[in-house]
Design a protein around this ligand. Structure first.
Ligand code: AHR
Length: 518
């Protein structure tokens, strides 16, 4: 065979196998009689750091702004976030948390000091959005508060004072100060982060150094609001590094009566190889798409690795693995300010969101909380704003479509994922999770990872109808813009059963969430 005919034979083989793969119907069954763990709604948490335009402009415009607001907080952003039923918001950072001094952010706005934000662009931090504004914001969107205290540059006393200020009902000097600042009732704080990335921007501590700090902070930073318990979350691993997992879990195992924690944090971003992040947020093709999906799927191995170490010290799974920073971290939008971490959000990011949520759900016994980074205008954002304009990203739509999975009970799904290959990268063609919702309905979420063709699925079910929404897009890099906000928007669809089977066809690179109606 000469080179030309060999190439022709190869190409015929590729297209034949590709079209066979597309033509192949994938059987899928939900094992409704084998309910699993509860998918904790907290895995749909958000993260809002004082970084770039995430808080200032994205959430806070101030009470005097011409942008419609309630006590300084944007009404349009609040309305959009309410649709997501955001369970919790992590604040004030991130790296910012370990340089944040809470006393700068209370009292009359005009008297608050201007400080610096050296981590993120070295800009002025006006401190206009402080404790009361954050707690007002979470109350407006119906979420719980996750507050990270400053371990890096603060003191145990400063952190203890902050929690006393927020949570005590006793007439202490700090409670009186809180009342004078407009909130006589104690606040309820659901989660306390004890530092952030103490292995890096939070103080470059060895695992043992951090464990020593953890014992002190976990002891003295107290919640005084007995009606609203606070769960404490320790700093844990950076991606695949297991040092913090071992050291913190060992310290916890050997703890005495004087301190305790409830969670261990893991940070893992979908970056691709190298640093700083260089994968483009727009204008990319299937090769870059496949590479980043491959990196995202590594989350599963991380959860397995860290989960196995945690099992060693905590077989009863008392300590939650809390993935409180995850998402795509891409090259910044050209022309955006350095350190502001602004990036567009494509249907690829929506798929990254769906795949991560699916992975968290499958690890529901251990992974009981997660926070996507970040909520508005930063990294894998739900919402982008430009002055008074707002656009919902493809990732936002995934979070909204997945609302029925909040606190639902996982149901096993049997299917053959198949393979989508791009060069040496091999990915599953499809991914799926199912659950029995709190509404007692059966829900199925399917992602067609394959960007080259539709996925044809055949669901064996007693349901008579499947109805739901599909998020798809013309190309893998399709985005929503202020000018064209609905390029990537969910569309309703339904399918009827025929002889215990429902056929579903998912467009390439798409996500569907479906209710199975009896
Ligand atoms: O989300 C941006 C930054 O990423 C956070 O501040 C930090 O914790 C992480 O490295």
């Amino acid at each position: 065979m000469n080179l030309k005919s060999a190439l022709r034979a190869f190409l015929i083989g590729v297209s034949a196998s590709a079209s066979m793969a597309h033509a192949q119907t994938v059987p899928l069954t939900i094992e409704t009689d084998r309910p699993g763990a509860k998918i904790d709604r907290q895995i749909f948490g958000q993260f809002a750091e004082h970084l770039g335009r995430g808080v200032y402009e994205g959430v806070w415009v101030g009470p005097d702004s011409s942008i419609p607001n309630t006590r300084g907080i944007r009404n349009d952003v609040v309305a959009a976030l309410r649709e997501l039923r955001v369970p919790n918001v992590r604040w004030p950072g991130g790296c910012f948390a370990d340089e944040y001094h809470w006393r700068n952010g209370i009292g009359p706005l005009a008297e608050r000091p201007a400080t610096l934000n050296p981590n993120w662009g070295g800009v002025i931090e006006p401190n206009s959005f402080g404790t009361h504004e954050f707690l007002d914001f979470v109350q407006q969107i119906g979420a719980e508060a996750y507050i990270s205290v400053n371990v890096g540059s603060g003191t145990p006393q400063e952190a203890a004072d902050w929690f006393e200020y927020m949570t005590t009902a006793q007439p202490t000097a700090l409670a009186k100060q809180r009342a004078a600042n407009g909130h006589p009732q104690p606040y309820g704080i659901s989660f306390m982060g004890i530092g952030n990335e103490s292995w890096g921007c939070g103080g470059s501590m060895t695992p043992e150094e951090y464990a020593a700090q953890l014992r002190i902070y976990a002891r003295y930073t107290r919640n005084y609001n007995a009606e609203h318990p606070t769960r404490k979350i320790a700093v844990g691993p950076d991606g695949a590094n297991t040092g913090y997992t071992e050291a913190v879990m060992k310290a916890w195992k050997e703890r005495n009566w004087s301190w305790d924690i409830d969670g261990l944090s893991l940070h893992y971003y979908t970056v691709g190889a190298g640093w700083p992040p260089k994968f483009a947020a727009t204008g990319f093709g299937v090769q870059e798409y496949a590479t980043l999906i491959d990196y995202t799927l590594r989350m599963n191995d991380l959860l397995r690795t860290h989960g196995a170490i945690m099992d060693k010290y905590d077989p009863e799974k008392k300590i939650a693995l809390v993935v409180d920073e995850w998402g795509a971290w891409l090259a910044p939008t050209p022309g955006s300010k350095e350190g502001f971490l602004e990036q567009q959000n494509s249907v690829r990011d929506a798929i990254i969101a769906a795949l991560n949520i699916n992975i968290f759900a499958r690890h529901a016994e251990r992974v009981r909380m997660a926070n996507v980074a970040q909520m508005v205008n930063v990294l894998q954002a739900m919402i982008l704003t430009d002055r008074d304009k707002l656009v919902l990203t493809p990732s936002y739509h995934v979070f909204r479509m997945y609302v029925p999975f909040q606190d639902a009970t996982l149901l096993p799904v049997k299917f053959d994922a198949g393979t989508y290959a791009n060069g040496s990268i091999k990915l599953p063609r499809i991914d799926a999770i199912a659950a029995r919702g709190k509404d007692d309905k059966t829900w199925l979420a399917i992602t067609n990872i394959d960007p080259t063709g539709p996925a044809q699925l055949e669901l064996t079910t007693r349901a008579r109808r499947a109805a739901g929404q599909i998020l798809s897009a013309p190309t893998v890099d399709s985005v929503n813009t202020f000018e064209a906000p609905a390029t990537v928007a969910p569309k309703s669809f339904e399918a009827k059963s025929s002889g215990n089977r429902i056929s579903l066809k998912l467009p390439p690179h798409s996500v569907a969430v479906i209710e199975l109606e009896p």
